[in-house]
Design a protein around this ligand. Structure first.
Ligand code: AMP
Ligand code: GLY
Length: 433
């Protein structure tokens, strides 16, 4: 089967590995904006152009692609999925109208309200240049300010973490100069991610994952694309209840139905729900129209099915005919990022890669020159440990990280017993009040 992958980060390396493991005699072709050495190694051919470039369609036709998989959000927002489908190539990755769930946060909150989707926090949408944010921020008291458009996970600011109420007002006005804006209630609790394969009607869910947005240990420092993530040997995480996971699944299924009603488009691809477990049950932080990065690296390597069977059932609308299963193992993925990331990353610095032994290495934003590997300004490598417990998986990930030599930083605390104890304690305290 000839498969096209769009995207070249750690998430896409995990997708490429899953394609390569397939028994369907896969031939992988990739379009990426920079050469990812890990992906290039698994490809029959690749093309270096922007991941939103319509030339992707010509390339897919020329290579007689039978199935395309879109990794990141930018090609979805640029309508690459629509163009591929229109050229007769089935795509894992929703059409633009359905992908709005990710690239327009204002649309999404209005949509949740219109279809009475559970878990929507108090919010108000403001259009570019509009007034009235001060009054609404005062009314809510504790707020999060979200630019409506794509910001690579770095545009959202949270009161208490990033600013006080006056700072929130200033930031809201700044954002409104260039973009629409959502002001919403700040949710207090613990975050978790649920990813699902979606064929237009049916959803097949992966285990819950917890990502870590902040750059430094103890959830300190600036927001990043995600510094690392873990999942447990069962579907849920130690700090959430089975009913939280069940509620998250219900919300995601109702989103898929409502998207079809609202846009006329069947949602085919990956749906990512980010939730906050709070004292009063779960709320929705956001939806993405793709796998998470790093969260793809947690779940894809433990998928028991042939990944291309799952992809085929997504594009054929037959996900209900296969039993999607994940190994009952815990995973911990840690990103090694350039020292100083995200504010002042050590770019163009050489990394030496030693033997991984017990860990799995995913290449992300690095480049190769004269047989040496260099950092860029973004996250460099995802290192994954898989084991029976989170603790053992963490140790494996950590041993993999120690084999990377260079000006790199990673979070020591992700997946440790101490961090998980803190998460459980936090939820217990919230639920007790
Ligand atoms: P997003 O880009 O929507 O994923 O937001 C980035 C981060 O901001 C999330 O991972 C949360 O930590 C935080 N965040 C977003 N919305 C809220 C909210 N309503 N309450 C509290 N934190 C939030
Ligand atoms: N890990 C967060 C994201 O992929 O958006």
């Amino acid at each position: 089967m000839k498969v096209l992958l769009v995207g070249g980060a750690g998430r896409e390396h995990a997708i490429a590995e899953s394609v390569a493991r397939s028994k369907k005699d896969p031939e992988l072709f990739t379009v990426m904006s920079k050469k990812n050495p890990g992906i290039a190694h698994l490809c029959k051919d690749f093309l270096i152009i922007k991941e939103t470039d319509p030339q992707i369609i010509d390339y897919a036709i020329k290579k007689k692609i039978e199935l395309a998989i879109i990794g990141p959000e930018t090609p979805l927002a640029a309508g690459i999925s629509d163009r591929l489908w229109d050229a007769g190539i089935p795509v894992v990755g929703p059409r633009r109208l359905a992908a709005q769930i990710e690239f327009d946060k204002a649309w999404t909150r209005d949509f949740m309200k219109k279809y009475a989707i559970a878990g929507c926090p108090g919010f108000k949408v403001f259009r570019k240049g509009e007034d009235g944010t001060d009054e609404f921020i005062d009314e809510l008291g504790d707020v999060v300010i979200k630019p409506a458009g794509l910001t690579g996970g770095k545009g959202v600011r949270v009161m208490g973490d990033h600013f006080d109420i006056e700072g929130a007002k200033v930031y809201a006005k700044e954002v409104l100069k260039n973009d629409d804006l959502v002001v919403e209630e700040r949710l207090i609790g613990e975050e978790f991610t649920v990813q699902a394969f979606v064929d237009g009607k049916n959803l097949a869910f992966a285990p819950c994952v917890q990502d870590h947005k902040r750059a430094y240990d103890g959830d300190k420092g600036p927001n990043t694309g995600g510094m690392g993530s873990y999942s447990d040997a069962k579907d849920i995480l130690p700090f959430i209840k089975g009913s939280d996971y069940a509620d998250a699944k219900k919300i995601m299924a109702s989103v898929v139905q409502a998207i079809q009603k609202e846009t006329g488009v069947a949602y085919q691809g990956i749906l990512y729900g980010q939730f906050m477990a709070t004292a009063k049950g779960i709320s929705v932080i956001e939806f993405n129209a793709r796998f998470g990065d790093p969260e793809a690296m947690n779940v894809l390597p433990i998928l028991e099915n042939d990944f291309l069977d799952v992809c085929s059932s997504i594009v054929n609308g037959t996900l209900d005919k296969i039993n999607v299963k994940f190994k009952k193992q815990a995973t911990v993925c840690k990103y090694a990022v350039p020292a100083g990331y995200p504010d002042d990353p050590a770019k163009d610095s050489i990394v030496e890669i030693g033997a991984m032994k017990d860990a799995i290495l995913f290449y992300s934003s690095v480049y190769e020159k004269d047989n040496k590997i260099y950092t860029t300004g973004s996250r460099a490598f995802g290192v994954l440990g898989i084991a029976d417990t989170i603790k053992e998986a963490e140790m494996k990930a950590q041993s993999g990280l120690s084999a990377l030599k260079g000006a790199l930083h990673s979070r020591r605390d992700i997946g440790t017993e101490e961090l998980i104890r803190k998460r459980i304690q936090h939820m217990n305290e919230l639920r007790a009040h």
